[in-house]
Every structure is written in structure tokens, then in C-alpha cells.
Design a binder for this molecule. Structure first.
Ligand SMILES: Cc1cc2nc3c(=O)[nH]c(=O)nc-3n(C[C@H](O)[C@H](O)[C@H](O)COP(=O)(O)O)c2cc1C
Length: 421
């Protein structure tokens, strides 16, 4: 039996927590196009504790504002930064993701925001050094006692008194028994939902997610009254239907990150083309966000091969960007421009970009559904619970011309390659 809390995590399509990308304009867009639950980007406990809550009457938002850490000797006047901005449209579906490695700080930070959000999620999956160096994110997977004590503290001191759910987001481990044991500990802390990013901390988003252990893990989680959200290269609502069917479980939910970052309308049956979304997110950015943050969102939504990638990357402010958006919309019917990929749907598949029209998109998703069914249809316990070789694939990249070293003859070696993980 899944526990009845104010927020129901079952059978949902969710927007993943994404630093920089998951800010208010992105969440409002995802919500508009049918996203069921919205995660904020990870917010660090120590930072959140320093914030002041402000009701912004002009924008009808709640702003959590903190002083910017200007250098002590800086002559610039102190500035303030919005750490978290919530819009009433998000009410009933907004989960704040917390970065913490301390049970007390986690509670202190959560108590500041709990009245304005619908749940608190602990980040136990970020493998980046800014998270792991202080014991947060994926580092918590190595210290399950600490991880669980943070969750228990949040459940007792934040969740129960406010009748709001506590959840957590983890990654897989490369060994089945270790993953099973970890999950077993986590699901008995009193949390309501567990999100599994189906990659290990070593794996990168360009690698296919790893589903082998799921048929054993999901029953364990649900048996303890906890719901499950799966994450890792999901691309559309039809992926939810496919995975529910393949696992014969209509309670499963999915969470999307990079596919939604590229096209925030992926939550609807058939997504919109990039030009429409860029126009919309620009308006939201102008109203609720900084120019730099808005430009970042928009650049993630422009296919690299579009002529507009260069054009938008040169924009310096909202005004110049607005001019380019007007031209982009006018050019849609002009022969020379209308084949540009910006007028199609941008789809991300393990970081590979594709551009589709509506019909092609639907066909592509149908192909994926068949693959999901095939994978779980062929699932056999003895073959599937083996250790995973999760060494990250090496990516070789051509060195940009200006960085190529001259060889002894003074000629550049065009085949010099660098390895990047
Ligand atoms: C720009 C970006 C920022 C991210 N920030 C966070 C974060 O704040 N917290 C977190 O748990 N995961 C974060 N992630 C990981 C995603 O939530 C997700 O687990 C991962 O991208 C895999 O999902 P996908 O294959 O759908 O992209 C981030 C990913 C991206 C691309």
C-alpha cells in the first residue's frame, strides 16, 4: 500500500531537479505543457538558511533572497540574489530539492521553505565535486548511515509536523546486493518517494541508463509504502506508458531532465517546435529571471546546427534578443529559412540531438516503446543481477584549431585528440 500523503507521486511525469535549468521560467513552461510534479534545482542547506522570505507583490511570487558574497575588499555595494522564486501556479506540485550532508542543517534549511513548497527531496545523486567534496550528493551513497539520519530527521521534524512528504533521489550502484541493501535502508526511514536515476555515479548522461536491477528493486520499495520515480533518458509521456506496461505497474512515474531542458513541452502528447517554445520562455524569462539565466535556457533549446545558434549567442541583452525572436518568427514562412531546425521539435537521446516534425516524433517514440517492451520481456534474473562495468565511456574530441600545438615541422597535427569524460 502506497502511503496517502498530501502529494501523490504515483503515475506522474516529472521535471527533474536541474541547477540553472530548473528555474522558474522552465518550471512554468513544464507545468503549462502537462508536467505533473516540478522539482526545483538543488538548493544548498547553508545558503537557504541565509535567505529572507519576501512576498513580491509586483510579480505575485514568493522570493527567498540572500546577500551576494562580494569580496570583503570589493568597493561594489552589496547586492542581493534570488536563491529561490516560487509562483502560485506551482502550488500543489512543487518539490524543493535540498543539498545537505548534515541532519540538523537539513532541518533548519527546510523549515525556512516548507510552508511554500509541497515536499522536500534530498539530493543523493549529484556526482560533481562541488557537491561531493562536502559529503553531499552522490557521496551520501557511500555513507548510508548519514544519508538515512538526514532523511529520518527531515521526516520527523519537517514532514510529519507539516503533513508534507520527504523524498530522496539516488543513483544506482554497480553491484546488485549493495544497491538492494542501500535501498532497503532508505525506504525504512519514513520517506514517501524514492527517485532512482538509473545510472551509477561513474556514468555520464551520454551513456544509456541501466535498468537491470529494477524488477527486483521496485517491489522492495513499494512493499515499504514508498512510491518510485525512474529517471534516465526518458523523452516523452509515451515512455511512461511503455515502462508501466513493460513492468506491469501503473504506479511507476518517470522524471525527465535533458529532454525537458531541450524542449519543455515534452510533457504533452506531441511537443511544440523550438521557435514557439523559445518565444514563450523568453517572455517568462523577461518577467521572472535574469538575462544571463534566460539566455542559458534559450541556448539549450536551440539545435546546434540551426543558423540561430550563432545569432542568439551574440545577443547581449533582452532587447537585442527580442529583436532576433521577432525575426525568427517572421522568417518561419520565408523559403530560405523555413527548413532551419529551430522550426522542428528538438529531441535529446543520451545527449544526441535529433530534430523531428510531429509525425517523426511520434514514430520515434513508438520505436522506443517497442525497445522498452523487448528489454523487460527478455529480463532474466540470473543474467541481470551481475555487476555492472560502469567505467565512463571516454569521449574523444578534436582539439579546437587555436589550441593545436605545432609539431616539430611547424605543421599542426590535425589528428591530435583529447580525451574528455
Ligand atoms: C543542467 C543539469 C543540472 C542538474 N542539476 C541537478 C540537481 O540540481 N539535482 C539533481 O539531483 N540532479 C541534477 N541533475 C541530474 C538530473 O536531475 C538527472 O538525474 C540526469 O540529468 C538524468 O536524467 P536525464 O537522462 O533525463 O537527463 C542535473 C542535470 C542537468 C543536465
Amino acid at each position: 500500500m502506497i502511503k496517502k500523503m498530501m502529494l501523490d507521486y504515483t503515475n506522474k511525469v516529472c521535471l527533474a531537479p536541474m541547477v540553472r535549468s530548473g528555474e522558474l521560467p522552465m518550471r512554468l513552461m513544464a507545468d503549462k505543457y502537462g508536467c505533473d510534479l516540478l522539482w526545483t534545482p538543488e538548493l544548498i542547506d547553508k545558503k537557504l538558511i541565509t535567505t529572507t522570505r519576501i512576498e513580491n507583490k509586483q510579480l505575485n511570487t514568493i522570493d527567498f533572497v540572500a546577500a551576494n558574497n562580494n569580496h570583503q575588499n570589493s568597493k561594489k555595494p552589496p547586492t542581493e540574489a534570488i536563491i529561490f522564486r516560487k509562483h502560485p501556479q506551482e502550488s500543489g506540485k512543487l518539490i524543493l530539492q535540498l543539498g545537505s550532508s548534515d541532519p540538523e542543517l537539513a532541518v533548519e534549511a527546510s523549515s525556512k521553505v516548507i510552508k511554500d513548497v509541497d515536499g522536500i527531496d534530498l539530493n543523493c545523486g549529484c556526482p560533481k565535486s562541488f557537491s561531493t567534496h562536502s559529503g553531499m550528493g552522490a557521496e551520501l551513497l557511500k555513507t548510508p548511515e548519514l544519508l538515512c539520519s538526514i532523511l529520518r530527521n527531515l521526516v520527523e521534524k519537517i514532514g510529519k509536523p507539516n503533513n508534507k512528504p520527504i523524498s530522496c533521489k539516488i543513483r544506482m550502484l554497480a553491484n546488485f546486493d549493495k544497491t538492494y541493501k542501500l535501498v532497503e535502508q532508505i525506504v525504512t526511514t519514513g520517506i514517501s518517494n524514492l527517485t532512482i536515476h538509473c545510472r551509477t555515479p561513474n556514468m555520464r548522461n551520454r551513456q544509456n541508463p541501466f535498468w537491470n536491477y529494477l524488477p527486483k528493486l521496485i517491489p522492495l520499495i513499494e512493499k515499504n509504502g514508498v512510491s518510485v520515480i525512474l529517471n534516465g533518458n526518458f523523452q516523452s509521456k509515451s515512455d511512461l506508458i511503455a515502462i508501466q506496461k513493460a513492468l506491469n505497474n501503473d504506479k511507476i512515474s518517470i522524471m525527465m531532465a535533458e529532454s525537458a531542458e531541450a524542449n519543455p513541452s515534452v510533457f504533452s502528447e506531441v511537443p511544440k517546435s523550438q521557435d514557439q517554445l523559445i518565444t514563450e520562455i523568453f517572455e517568462l524569462g523577461k518577467k521572472y529571471h535574469l538575462y544571463s539565466g534566460t539566455k542559458f535556457l534559450i541556448m539549450n533549446m536551440i539545435p546546434g546546427k540551426s543558423k540561430y545558434y550563432q545569432i542568439f549567442s551574440q545577443c547581449k541583452n533582452f532587447e537585442s534578443m527580442e529583436q532576433e525572436i521577432i525575426k525568427m518568427n517572421e522568417n518561419k514562412t520565408i523559403e530560405q529559412w523555413k527548413n532551419d531546425k529551430i522550426y522542428k521539435i528538438l529531441n535529446k537521446n543520451c545527449q544526441k540531438s535529433n530534430s523531428f516534425n510531429e509525425e517523426e516524433f511520434v514514430k520515434e517514440m513508438e520505436k522506443r516503446s517497442v525497445e522498452v517492451e523487448k528489454f523487460f520481456g527478455a529480463w532474466k534474473e540470473d543474467a541481470m543481477l551481475l555487476d555492472l562495468n560502469d567505467s565512463p565511456t571516454k569521449r574523444t574530441m578534436e582539439i579546437p584549431k587555436h589550441k593545436l600545438k605545432n609539431n616539430r615541422n611547424g605543421n599542426v597535427n590535425k589528428r591530435q585528440k583529447i580525451e574528455a569524460v
